[in-house]
Design a protein around this ligand. Structure first.
Ligand code: IPE
Ligand code: IPE
Ligand code: MG
Ligand code: MG
Length: 271
């Protein structure tokens, strides 16, 4: 009976994890990692597990971000948020499990060397942990409803969004061309700032149906680029980051065509 019970319980946990993962995100982070590998003419299909691990960390961050104690949102990836579809306790645990399993997936990769796996795990941990994304999430929450200087806004955006995008590109480079990791980190920084400023713009110019998520920045009194700079200046900042990405891509010794295409798709994103 114990066995049946525990099977039943973890069945529900797995169902909740699958619900969050298969809800239909844009998959930008895994695509970025795989495109880096392809840009160096390597077979990206050998590293799908590593790409999944990044998406699992990203998905967990969204599950927890939507919780009542955080942004308290009801819609994510076009569906009810996990705590709405299941319950709050299960959403917390499914997030915990996605995060923890992600590192196991990297550790258990069959063909990568131990040194590379350690580098991948260290990078993902650094960029998503208390010095990375979580630091940004903490500031984002802490500075709700407070006036902040622009440096803090930059710090929030850099940490909550840019660092995981940096990690995606860097992890591709760790596998394909370790000398280029710091260049990809710079590209990821511009991409992440571009991505979050776009998100701030879309919060006010788009709608929940198109975005597939609750647009709650105003009601949560979040600090955003649009609030500080207005829409026109925010759009200019997006353009500047996009140009910097293109210049940095040109400085790498890769076949830039597909990566540039992906960056342009993100630049023109509508959701
Ligand atoms: C949403 O990220 C959270 C931010 C960092 C702005 P995405 O826009 O990549 O979300 P999904 O994966 O497509 O749902
Ligand atoms: C998302 O921050 C960043 C992370 C989840 C790490 P937001 O709260 O600004 O993003 P959305 O609007 O909920 O996707
Ligand atoms: Mg948030
Ligand atoms: Mg949110």
């Amino acid at each position: 009976l114990l066995l049946i019970n525990s099977k039943h319980k973890s069945g529900k946990l797995k169902q909740a994890m699958d619900y969050a993962l298969s809800a239909g995100g844009k998959r930008i982070r895994p695509m970025l990692m795989l495109e880096v590998i392809q840009a160096y003419q390597m077979d990206e299909n050998l590293y799908l597990d590593i790409a999944c691990a990044i998406e699992m960390v990203h998905t967990y961050s969204l599950v927890h971000d939507d919780l009542p104690a955080m942004d308290n949102d009801d819609l994510r990836r076009g569906k009810p948020t996990l705590h709405k579809a299941f319950d709050e306790g299960l959403a917390i645990l499914a997030g915990d499990a996605l995060l923890t399993d992600a590192f196991g997936l990297i550790a258990n990769h069959q063909t990568l060397s131990d040194n590379i796996k350690i580098d991948l795990i260290a990078t993902l941990s650094r960029k998503s942990g208390s010095q990375g994304m979580i630091h940004g999430q903490y500031l984002d929450l802490y500075y709700e409803n407070k006036n902040i200087p622009l440096e803090i806004l930059e710090e929030i955006h850099l940490h909550k969004t840019a660092h995981l995008l940096e990690a995606a590109l860097m992890m591709g480079a760790i596998i394909a061309q370790p000398q280029d990791v710091s260049k990809w980190e710079k590209i990821g920084r511009h991409l992440g700032m571009m991505f979050q400023i776009q998100d701030d713009i879309l919060e006010v110019t788009s709608n929940e149906e198109t975005m597939g998520k609750t647009l709650s920045d105003v009601s949560n009194q979040k600090q955003t680029y649009v609030l500080h700079y207005g829409i026109e200046a925010s759009k200019k900042a997006v353009d500047l980051h996009h140009s910097a990405i293109i210049d940095l891509l040109d400085s790498l010794n890769i076949d830039p065509f597909k990566m540039r295409n992906l960056m342009d798709q993100i630049y023109h994103r509508t959701h």
